[in-house]
Ligand binder design. Structure first.
Ligand code: ASP
Ligand code: MG
Length: 423
């Protein structure tokens, strides 16, 4: 039998009892005859707590030191899981990301994996040991400094390692039974999906579904790695993320696979931009220069009388201050009136490969939102997704309304959330 890579999220290893439960599961997999490589996240909300602690010491901590601090969370879990496995009479060895051969670029806080050379992991497996790897971290090829891969990126460590080791499957364990048609924390009647295509999963992850890290899904697609998302608290079969071969489409397809939401964005409006060639380019060049990732962009029709237009866009809230500062610097040069910043926004997205062949999806979505009294601020679409920006306070209602309108509600048991604080 081949290698199984298992990743356990923060809520699965939140306390000593959780760590022992996970260790038992790992040992059971080993007893079934598999070679097991485990990737762990930091215990519970440790990463957030470490961030808060850093904030108290310094409002803008040096990124290198912040990474050094945050990676300690995963080191705690990996050592404790290895100890719990030893207690069960099996050999386990823990490795930091760097020791596991996770080589990254040097961008602190969101480093990208450029290579994996898992020699030490292979050696551990060859000795019959279970390898435990700290997720979310690596080492920069150039600077040799410790890096982190971005929030939630232990998933990416797991899939990348699975691909490098030629594993049979990458199992991602969390506190819910799999990928649901909506966040079960908001929609009690959300249904677990048995399988989701990588292309739909990519759109869901990009639309704020936190169940899988976006880059992990990209990795799985590129390397055709089967991913099984399931709960560490139950024995239930979870959701399989299945790479759909290029050009092929499943015979029968639900129109909509799920409703995702995102509360991590903010909206900036540049008011009174002179409607001349090159103005928009100047604005977005300024944002690109400070490496702000934009999501939706809308330019209003300019008022003929004034020759001025408004440009609105959304971006990660975390980049808000930086973006506003960069724009303020070019205000005189571009000659716009003022900047508006709104971080009380949320995004609701409808995802489904079936919408390609079904007209009327947009109309149905918008009328469901209207019936629920949810006002739409901005709209963007892709081939298999429709997203809207709404007031943050209306996100839950909007998600529920869309979920019901597209007949996604389950009539069976309620979705279970086994753990986690949802932070
Ligand atoms: N502990 C990290 C975080 O909370 C990585 C992860 O959980 O995947 O973002
Ligand atoms: Mg975490």
């Amino acid at each position: 039998m081949g290698i199984v890579v298992q990743k356990y999220g923060g809520s699965s290893v939140a306390d000593a009892a959780g760590i022992k439960r996970v260790a038992q599961r790992i040992v059971n997999t080993k007893r079934d005859g598999h070679d097991v490589v485990v990737v762990v996240s930091a215990m519970g909300d440790t990463t957030d707590e470490l961030r808060d602690l850093a904030q108290q010491v310094s409002p803008l901590p040096p990124p290198r030191e912040l990474d050094m601090l945050l990676t300690s969370g995963e080191r705690i879990s990996m050592a404790l899981v290895a100890m719990a496995i030893a207690q069960l009479g099996h050999t386990a060895k823990s490795f930091t990301g760097s020791q596991a051969g996770v080589i990254t670029d040097s961008v602190h806080g969101r480093a990208k994996i450029i290579d994996i050379s898992p020699g030490r992991i292979e050696a551990a497996i060859a000795e019959g040991a279970i390898a435990i790897v700290a997720g979310f971290q690596g080492v920069s090829q150039d600077t040799k400094d410790i890096t982190t891969l971005g929030r939630g990126a232990s998933d990416t460590t797991a899939v990348a390692l699975a691909a490098a080791l030629g594993a049979e499957v990458c199992e991602i364990y969390s506190d819910v039974d799999g990928v649901f048609t909506a966040d079960p924390r908001i929609v009690k009647t959300a249904r677990k999906l048995d399988s989701v295509s990588t292309e739909e999963m990519l759109e869901m992850a990009a639309s704020g579904a936190k169940i899988l890290h976006l880059r992990c899904v990209e990795y799985a697609r590129r390397h055709q790695m089967p991913v099984h998302v399931r709960s560490s608290f139950s024995q239930k079969e979870g959701t399989w993320i299945v790479p759909t071969p290029e050009g092929e489409q499943p015979v029968e397809q639900a129109i909509i696979s799920g409703v995702a939401h995102d509360r991590s964005e903010a909206k900036i409006t540049v008011v009174g931009v002179p409607d001349k060639v090159g103005e928009a380019a100047r604005i977005f060049e300024a944002l690109a220069a400070v490496e702000v990732n934009l999501d939706m962009v809308v330019q209003n029709v300019s008022a003929a009388a004034t020759g001025l237009t408004d440009i609105s866009f959304t971006l990660p809230r975390a980049d808000g201050t930086q973006a506003m500062a960069a724009l303020a610097k070019i205000q005189d040069e571009v000659g716009f009136d003022k900047l508006l910043y709104d971080d009380q926004v949320g995004k609701i997205s409808l995802i489904g490969a079936g919408m390609r062949s079904h007209p009327g999806v947009t109309a149905k979505f918008f009328s469901a939102l209207a019936s629920a009294g949810v006002n739409i601020g901005m709209i963007s679409t892709s081939e298999i997704r429709i997203s809207v920006i709404v007031d943050e306070s209306q996100v839950d209602e909007g998600v529920r309304a869309a979920h019901t309108a597209f007949d996604l509600d389950s009539t069976e048991v309620e979705a279970v959330v086994y753990g986690g604080t949802g932070r």
